[in-house]
Design a protein around this ligand. Structure first.
Ligand code: AMP
Length: 323
């Protein structure tokens, strides 16, 4: 990788992904191509950031992903933008030469731990998650040595952790955060959406609806956490009630993992938004397995038998004319 890197012309960017590429990933590449000449896309399903079940179920779609990148590269060439020069798809042995796969969960080895950031929100019930993210990103940054790396705002907390990683470990690189690409109904594009199947896909928008309702409350002038998050919870509860009243064979159910209102730099809970600073509004839901399935419907991954965790966030912008 380093040898290849040394042959690349101009400024170099890295777009780290775990594969199963969708338009959200491609938008990061597109932005990178506007700002740099040579792009490396990494495709690596990092075992240390995923729970065992997720590791086993994360499908590898490398050929399809590479074809999508080749297609995008043609558009970039026509437009005279930067070019994707390579796809970096290392193996577990290359990324973790001193770990056997059974060690991933046990936490043996060399890891980057960024606390207390990593223990909040997405890390609260998955303490190893951001340790895995920070560790693999530092490895990728050292392998590629890009001038810039591109990350999505959907995973806002991840971008804060990467920023801290860059600052704390003197990584000579700029972080660029790109806005979230959504489906027409608001659902943030995610590799996990294809797991849902049609019935659960319909209710997946509840997360975006709940966050949007709360954002509206904030922009209406409300700064209190309790009131802002109450509107998220109310929106979610309404959808839950609707599903509960539905027939078992027609409904899809979900649980709220959390709704959070946080300082966008420290990810600490805020009791009242500082209108000069704004805040991060974020949430995660767990879409539950279907209770009974009609075999003629599109059930999604493994016949709809797995829970699927979806996350999303909205950055509440600072308000200048606050009372
Ligand atoms: P992943 O493959 O899920 O690890 O995501 C790789 C990168 O793509 C991360 O920086 C994500 O934040 C970003 N990303 C994922 N979904 C979206 C989306 N809908 N819009 C923009 N960026 C995204």
């Amino acid at each position: 990788m380093r040898q290849f890197r040394s042959t690349l012309p101009g400024s170099v960017s890295l777009v780290p992904t775990m594969g199963m590429l969708h338009r959200g990933h491609l938008s990061l590449v597109y932005l990178a191509a506007e700002q740099t000449q040579s792009i490396i896309v990494s495709i690596y399903t990092n075992p240390t950031q995923l729970a065992k079940a997720e590791q086993d179920s994360y499908p590898s779609t490398l050929d399809v992903d590479v074809a999508a990148l080749e297609h995008l590269n043609e558009t970039l060439r026509e437009k005279g933008r930067g070019q994707i020069r390579g796809v970096f798809a290392p193996t577990d042995e290359e990324m973790y030469p001193y770990l056997s796969s059974t060690d991933f969960a046990a936490g043996q080895g060399s890891y980057v731990s960024i606390s207390p950031l990593a223990g909040r929100l997405e890390g609260a019930d998955r303490p190893a998650h951001f340790i895995g993210v920070a560790t693999v990103c530092l490895k990728l940054f050292n392998a590629v040595k890009p001038h810039k790396a591109y990350f999505g705002e959907k995973d806002f907390q991840q971008t804060v952790i990467i920023k801290r990683l860059i600052d704390d470990f003197l990584v000579d690189m700029e972080l660029v955060v790109s806005e979230t690409v959504r489906e027409a109904d608001g659902l943030a594009l995610s590799s996990r959406n294809v797991y849902l199947g049609s019935r659960r896909r319909k209710i997946a928008t509840v997360l975006w609806k709940a966050l949007s309702a709360a954002a509206k409350v904030y922009y209406g002038g409300e700064l209190r956490r309790s009131v802002i998050l109450a509107s998220c919870n109310q929106e979610a509860r309404q959808e839950q009630d609707k599903q509960d009243q539905n027939k078992v064979g027609e409904r899809a159910r979900f649980e709220v993992v959390y709704f959070g209102l946080s300082n966008p730099k420290t990810i600490e809970d805020v009791e009242e938004v500082d209108p000069e600073e704004g805040a991060l509004l974020s949430g995660a839901i767990q879409i539950l397995p279907l209770e009974t399935a009609d075999q003629t419907e599109d059930l999604g991954w493994r016949g709809g038998r797995d829970s699927i965790r979806l996350i999303d966030s909205i950055v509440l912008k600072r308000i200048y004319n606050s009372p």
